[in-house]
Design a protein around this ligand. Sequence first.
Ligand code: OGA
Ligand code: MN
Length: 298
Amino acid sequence: MSISFRKLHSLFAGEVSSVDLRNIRDRDTLERIRTGMDEYAVLVFREQSLSIQDQLGFAQRLDGKLHTKTGVSALMKNRLGDVPVGDISNVGPDGKILPRDDRKRMYSLANRLWHTDGSFQDPAGRYSMLYACVLPPVRSDTQFADMRAAYDALDDEMKATLERLTAHHSIAYSRQTLGFTFSEEEQDNLKGAVHPMIRTNPRTKRRSVYVASHANRVIEWPIAEGRLLIWDLMDRATQPHLVYSHEWRPGDLVIWDNLATMHRGTPFDDAKYHRELRRVTTLDVAYEFESMPVSELA
Ligand code: OGA
Ligand code: MN
């Protein structure tokens, strides 16, 4: 099937021509979407109609292995069941809007910090695929920052410095910056992960800066100096001209590359309006699509 891309921002983010992702199974089209991801880092598919299984199936065909626990589902029971699908919503098991002080709602607020999905785990999250089921009548955009552009804008000295550094990412840390506390048992389950501060796309060789709110410290530096560096990099990366703001329409499926972007939710009146999206995130592991049995693609 032939597909094409339309740029949504001068640097990155593309809208994909009309396709039904339930039917995308052939290697060439899947490869074309991967190439599109390499170029745009964020792709928007309009007017999809995906069940949980459809969304899981497409994610596996596109990028192989799935993250089972990221975000809120790493910390509490999933309303959607025992499936590797994140419940990005403001509703409880009864389908009603969560009260203001509900723990799940409070944790979800951390999505409003600039972040990368699953960076507090190893392997980290690679592609996230967020599907809009129910949207409020007001804007509730998700914003993206192009971390390849952020890398390109650094001077050579900073590029060389970052090349040698690694950072510890921890969801307990990013939640703590918002004032949340964790029991000792929870802390034990949330040890975090260490990743290089520069990531290189193995196919395009383009580099990106890999820090965000979960980045707690630079391993090779004193804590304060490392945090100042992380915050400075995030400030530079989120200048308005580097940010694409996605205005959701029902049926949108947005895919982003967590190794090449940061993202955040924006505030809306979540005590008043329902907002329900579902997210599947793939694992940052090399995957041999050529050797994948055709039966798995079908
Ligand atoms: C996510 C996320 C932001 C939003 O699903 O990973 O950060 O706008 N979402 O819901
Ligand atoms: Mn997220």
